[in-house]
Design a binder for this molecule. Structure first.
Ligand code: PLP
Length: 379
């Protein structure tokens, strides 16, 4: 079956008691037992909930994994993956990883004895050099935020396998429609479902997808033990979101390309970061490991003053954190999403004060471009 068909049907069948086509929101905390210990597989709603199970089956199918577990946020999902490890274990992490992931690793989990090395994972040698005898995980994000640098998933999967460490890929920026890390050799995929998977900027959630049954059992244990589960209502919203994932991503992708080409042509724009551009340093890799280039674009305005003047002049595009919604969202990474990264580190990573990030929505692209154009003319 094709992706769109899987997105619409996987994990869901009409409700046997009523025929309802859509999986209901099972808003319950507990389930009646026929006799002591005799039940239908549902005992308590932290442990199991049918709406959540439907979403988990749906997202497992979309990512090409056997198992999936849904969490209250992307960070809760990443926290559970990190909880697979113990004090003294070491992880290699993309140095341009999402700011919240860096904060969790550096400000929380480090205090529990986990060790992290942040390296430029676009450089395979840097990964090989960073792996130590106690390394247990390589955690990558590709493309990274906000500079759109890519990491070669298959090559890193080969390194990870050789070294006996697990490869975890945060696939939030691409969604399984455009990139399938498990098929490229990743052990675990995580997502903030808040972004493209839900797609409508009205829910916060996270998912962990994987194939290994032993690790899956441990994740299920941690999901229940730590309890940061996704609510039935949010599960239902994301199921609703994934039904249109294929059509939304096609439009995001088309609008993304159009906006990137517009920005390249505009004389006020100094540089555009988008893997779909032929001058992107990893354009070839993008063509190989992604089935499209997505809708995340960054561009350089030249200064903080220009960036803020541009952002504050927009009329249609919304100045907001987050991404992956149907509406175009624009932000200033240095002051917004990456404010928790120290200034010297931001400089090294290319997150300048003049950099602007766009999550291109699925409005009529002419309207998006007209808004960007008028704001650039004021800048
Ligand atoms: C948003 C985001 C997260 C965190 O997800 P939340 O749902 O906000 O907790 C993690 N990784 C990436 C790439 C993100 O964009």
């Amino acid at each position: 079956m094709g992706f769109a068909t899987i997105a619409i049907h996987a994990g869901q069948k009409p409700d046997p008691s009523t025929g309802a086509v859509i999986t209901p929101i099972y808003q319950t905390s507990t389930y009646v037992q026929e006799g002591v210990g005799i039940h239908k597989g549902y005992e308590y709603a932290r442990t199991q909930n049918p709406t959540r199970s439907a979403l988990e089956a749906n997202l497992a199918a979309l990512e090409g994994g056997k198992f999936a577990y849904a969490f209250a946020s992307g960070m809760a999902a990443i926290n559970v993956v990190a909880s697979l490890f113990a004090a003294g274990d070491h992880c290699v992490v993309s140095d341009t990883t999402y700011g919240g992931t860096f904060r969790l690793f550096d400000k929380v989990l480090k205090n529990f004895g986990l060790e992290f090395s942040y390296v430029n994972t676009s450089n395979l040698d840097a990964i090989v050099k960073a792996v130590k005898p106690n390394t247990k995980m390589v955690f990558i994000e590709t493309p990274t935020n906000p500079t759109m640098a890519l990491t070669d998933i298959r090559a890193v999967a080969n390194i990870a396998q050789e070294k006996g460490v697990k490869l975890v890929v945060d696939n939030t920026f691409m969604s399984p429609y455009l990139q399938q890390p498990i098929a490229l050799g990743a052990d675990i995929v995580v997502h903030s479902t808040t972004k493209f998977l839900n797609g409508h900027s009205d829910s916060v959630g996270g998912i962990v997808v994987l194939n290994d049954p032993i690790i899956a059992e441990r994740i299920a244990f941690l999901q229940n033990a730590a309890g940061a589960i996704l609510s039935p209502f949010d599960s239902w919203l994301i199921l609703r979101g994934t039904k249109t994932l294929a059509v939304r991503m096609r439009q995001h992708e088309e609008n993304g390309r159009r906006v990137a080409n517009f920005l390249v042509e505009n004389p006020k724009v100094k540089k555009v970061f988008y893997p779909g551009l032929a001058d992107h340093p990893q354009h070839k890799l993008a063509c190989q490991q992604m089935s499209g280039f997505g809708a995340m674009i960054s561009f350089e305005t030249g200064s903080y003053e220009k960036a803020t003047r541009f952002l504050e002049s927009l009329k249609l595009c919304l100045l907001a954190e987050s991404l992956g919604g149907v509406e175009t969202l624009v932000c200033h990474p240095a002051k917004m999403t990456h404010a928790s990264v120290p200034a010297t580190e931001r400089d090294r990573l290319g997150i300048t004060d003049g950099l602007v990030r766009i999550s291109v929505g699925i409005e009529d692209v002419e309207d998006i471009i007209a808004d960007l154009e008028q704001a650039l003319s004021i800048m």
